[in-house]
Design a protein around this ligand. Structure first.
Ligand SMILES: [Zn+2]
Length: 95
């Protein structure tokens, strides 16, 4: 029988849309698609309603997300490049 996970502590796990790595939700950057307008916004507080997509706070993942339009694909709506720019700037300001 597998041992219970000691580090689980009910931490929700999400997957990065670029590298597909699973990580605790709070360590990832969240993007939310508004349920009404379908506009995608960067959601640093992870509190906006609507469908979310996640990205590692890692320049490589931003690069992949831009190249493959990963957010637009996952959220099924166009995502403005400025959203990624804003998230990347926020990420740098936190480092
Ligand atoms: Zn990633």
């Amino acid at each position: 029988m597998p041992a219970p996970k000691k580090n689980a502590r009910h931490e929700p796990i999400r997957r990065c849309v670029a590298c597909r790595r699973a990580a605790p939700k709070h360590t990832l950057l969240r993007f939310a698609r508004d349920p009404h307008t379908r506009q995608v916004q960067f959601d640093p507080a992870q509190r906006l309603p609507g469908r979310g997509a996640y990205l590692c706070p890692n320049p490589d993942c931003f690069h992949i997300a831009r190249k493959r339009k990963s957010l637009a694909r996952v959220l099924k709506t166009p995502v403005d490049e400025a959203i990624l720019d804003a998230a990347e700037a926020w990420m740098r300001s936190m480092q």
